[in-house]
Design a binder for this molecule. Structure first.
Ligand code: PLP
Length: 456
């Protein structure tokens, strides 16, 4: 064990991994397939073809352990990758812990989060197959900005449905999307039948991610030159994010460390899977044995409170059915500040490894998360996005437990985005207006009623 590791552990561009890792062939039990909502048979490539290009559909069901990252993607990755791994010396000192805390920082990307890691390959493969436009949804705007940046790299159009409440309250990410040439609509919008039906009931409808997905999907299937892009949840998205964990493995090896505990925030599961899966591969191969833990918001706890069922990815029931931990596709979580964690479901792959006992999960309320983020900003300097404040809070819990026990654990987490466009949340915290929102178990029970009952 090194006495004093450096603050930043960097890789050169030449050391950047050139393959993504697909965990599926290494799992002891294969994950359940997505189902066609009409026939309830495993969904085939033709079911996904109106939505995604063939290269991504192949990746979604691939049994290959490694997939080469195309040169046209590596070129764009190199704008910000490899991303730094930091040792949180100053946070450790504040906590007075014997634990060693490392964080992989994805806020260095153009959009300020990990999302461009998948936005770039998604735009690339669509472009390769002659697609001219991508549609998508966005909550706070992290995914929309990432896809707007990525489509701009390949000269494609991008149309984004932004959850209406965020569209009104958070105009700055909309501006970023427009800088990169995207068109942004509030969702629900009057451009789709589903949107119009919701606006007829409530002209000020706040929207939800599930509704915005339905609108973006409806627009994509209506135009043969347009496809849809999803920023989380799906297997190919998590696979693109494994560049995070592959880099982190190389970086920790440089300082002779292996993690004892790995924590990551989970909304749809992509930054968590991206960091954790390469380490889970090492664990399954017996080369290390970290505890792997998902951290979700107490107001939207799909893993810890949801049921493991087949459910839709969207609110209108247009997507294939996926087996995942869900709070019900009609569930609209309370407006916590971590907008990226307000999704009713969890990635089927993360849900599967959780069911297999290969990962743990906890939920943390937002006040503890912002408390942790304040300590982090005041020591490490980085103002975290509201989502990874959950990862920071979990890392601090673990470090304080080490202080009690005297254990010198190595804790690894992903700081998956900066919070420079989320300062309104910090204002709420600083002024004392932020509160912990109660989870409505009644609302979950109500939303679960419309989840289809499917055996298996
Ligand atoms: C979108 C987003 C998340 C949630 O998505 P995951 O797929 O769970 O990673 C978390 N953090 C940030 C910064 C995001 O932009």
């Amino acid at each position: 064990m090194p006495l004093k590791t450096p603050h930043k552990i960097l890789l050169s561009e030449d050391e950047m991994p050139t393959q993504w890792y697909n965990i599926v062939p290494d799992l002891p039990v294969p994950p359940p397939p997505a189902l066609h909502p009409g026939t309830l048979q495993p969904a085939g490539p033709e079911d996904f073809a109106p939505l995604f290009p063939m290269a991504l559909i192949e990746q979604e069901v691939s049994q290959e352990r490694y997939i080469d990252i195309p040169g046209g993607v590596l070129d764009i990755y190199k704008i910000w990758r490899p991303s730094p791994l930091f040792r949180a010396h100053r946070l450790e000192a504040l906590l007075d812990t014997p634990a060693r805390i490392y964080y992989k920082y994805e806020g260095v990307s153009p959009a300020g989060s990990h999302k461009p890691n998948t936005a770039v390959p998604q735009a690339y493969y669509n472009h390769q197959e002659g697609i001219r436009k991508l549609t998508t949804e966005t909550g706070a705007g992290q995914w929309g900005t990432s896809l707007a940046f990525a489509t701009a790299q390949y000269g494609m159009e991008c149309e984004v449905w932004q959850v209406a409440a965020s569209y009104r309250q958070k105009p700055h990410r909309r501006t970023m999307m427009e800088i990169w040439g995207a068109t942004v609509h509030p969702s629900p919008s009057d451009l789709t039948e589903y949107g119009r039906s919701l606006l007829a009931i409530d002209p000020d409808h706040p929207g939800s991610l599930g509704i915005a997905i339905s609108e973006a999907v409806a627009m994509a299937v209506a135009d043969p030159n347009t496809r849809y892009a999803l920023g989380s949840v799906l297997n190919h998205v998590l696979m693109h994010q494994t560049i995070i964990g592959e880099e982190a493995l190389l970086q920790l090896a440089k300082v002779g460390e292996t993690p004892d505990v790995l924590v990551g925030c989970t909304g749809g599961g992509s930054n968590f899977g991206g960091l954790a899966f390469p380490f889970l591969r090492e664990k399954l191969a017996g080369r290390m044995s970290p505890t792997i833990r998902c951290v979700e918001p107490a107001a939207c706890p799909s893993l810890t409170m949801g049921e493991y069922r087949y459910d839709f990815g969207d609110s209108a029931g247009m997507t294939p059915l996926m087996k995942m931990h869900t709070l019900g596709s009609q569930f609209i979580p309370d407006p916590i500040h971590a907008g990226g964690l307000r999704y009713h479901g969890m990635s089927p792959l993360v849900s599967h490894i959780y069911e297999l006992g290969l990962a743990e999960a906890i939920s943390i309320p937002q006040l503890e998360c912002f408390d942790a983020a304040m300590k982090f900003a005041q020591t490490e300097g980085i103002v975290a996005a509201p989502e990874p404040t959950h990862a920071i809070a979990a890392a601090i819990r673990e470090a304080l437990a080490c202080k009690e026990s005297g254990e010198e654990k190595v804790i690894l987490t992903a700081l998956c985005g900066h919070g420079h466009l989320d300062l309104a949340s910090y204002e709420k915290y600083l002024s004392g207006e932020m509160v912990d929102l109660d989870l409505s178990t009644d609302a979950i029970a109500e939303a679960m009623k419309s989840v289809p009952v499917i055996a298996g």
